[in-house]
Design a binder for this molecule. Structure first.
Ligand SMILES: C[S@@+](CC[C@H](N)C(=O)[O-])C[C@H]1O[C@@H](n2cnc3c(N)ncnc32)[C@H](O)[C@@H]1O
Length: 272
């Protein structure tokens, strides 16, 4: 019943007003993905968690969404609005619509932007200069990390976001971003499932702010390993809010270089 109610609330697929990317995107990432939208997400949740597990997961998530509607919770979410004022963008999680919150619940992710101070601390801990590296955020939401990364001399910056409405906002943010410190202007946001992303053969800093459940994280890391086998190169993986760190612990080709309670950074073997 709960699943049916959620699906009714979900209504139709979002048709996002997505402006064409200023960059030619040569990797295939489809907007509906292999799972075919909301119904596919629910089917997948049932497959991975079992029927009762999925029901439990969706009930708990729905309760959390309802709690978030209380004035206190809503107010607390505006705590990060300063970044948006400073840069003329919309990256706060306070303004994510109820409809998007429900789509997040169905898809198994939730948007929350990285705090600017923490982001700078994380990048200072990556043991290479940004120069010559491509920054990739899988699960990039409204694109705040893409903007923050553009204040570093990355060669190129790519974000992939599952929800079309968040990707559309990210694209607007990229166009509107104001920063005297901006050093990289090759910034792209794309809609798609991270599992379908084909990594470019560049030296890479891959950024993951706990965007996926464990089974998706495994697939993404398997894809990265395949890509490294095909094109050996330096790659660092940042895992912010390392909830499923055991997935990394099971990858003998990824070596922790920094570990804190808030984030971990891994160096990948060049030839995995
Ligand atoms: C915690 S937010 C992080 C946002 C951004 N990376 C940041 O740090 O500011 C995680 C995002 O991952 C997205 N996501 C979840 N599953 C995904 C998938 N399979 N492919 C792409 N994005 C996904 C969610 O929609 C959400 O916007």
């Amino acid at each position: 019943m709960v699943l049916a109610a959620l699906l009714r609330l979900y209504t139709v697929n979002v048709v996002a007003a997505v402006s064409p990317s200023p960059f030619i995107y040569h990797r295939n990432v489809s907007s509906t993905g292999q799972n075919g939208g909301a119904l596919g997400w629910v089917r997948e949740a049932v497959r991975v968690r079992g029927f009762l597990g999925a029901l439990q997961y969706y009930c708990a998530g729905l309760l959390e969404v309802l709690r978030d509607l209380t004035p206190e919770r809503r107010r607390s979410r505006y705590g990060d609005i300063e970044y948006d004022f400073d840069h003329g963008v919309d990256t706060t999680w306070a303004t994510v619509s109820l409809r998007t919150r429900l789509r997040e619940l169905l898809s198994g992710g939730q948007y929350q932007p990285t705090e600017p101070e923490l982001f700078d601390r994380i990048l200072q801990n990556v043991p290479v200069d940004a120069d010559g590296y491509t920054f990739i955020d899988l699960g990039s939401g409204k694109g705040r990390t893409l903007l923050m990364a553009s204040d570093y001399p990355f060669r190129r910056i790519i974000g992939i976001e599952l929800l079309a409405e968040l990707d559309a906002i990210a694209r607007e943010n990229i166009a509107r971003y104001q920063s005297e410190n901006q050093m990289c202007f090759a910034v792209e946001s794309h809609v798609g499932d991270a599992r379908e992303f084909r990594f470019p053969a560049d030296p890479t800093v891959l950024y993951l702010f706990n965007p996926f459940p464990e089974h998706v994280l495994r697939t993404v890391l398997d894809n990265l390993r395949e890509s490294l086998r095909a094109s050996p190169r330096p790659v660092f993986v940042v895992y912010h809010n390392p909830l499923h760190e055991r997935v990394f612990a099971g990858c003998d080709w990824l070596h922790p270089v920094v570990r804190t309670s808030q984030f971990a950074i891994y160096r990948a073997d060049r030839r995995s």
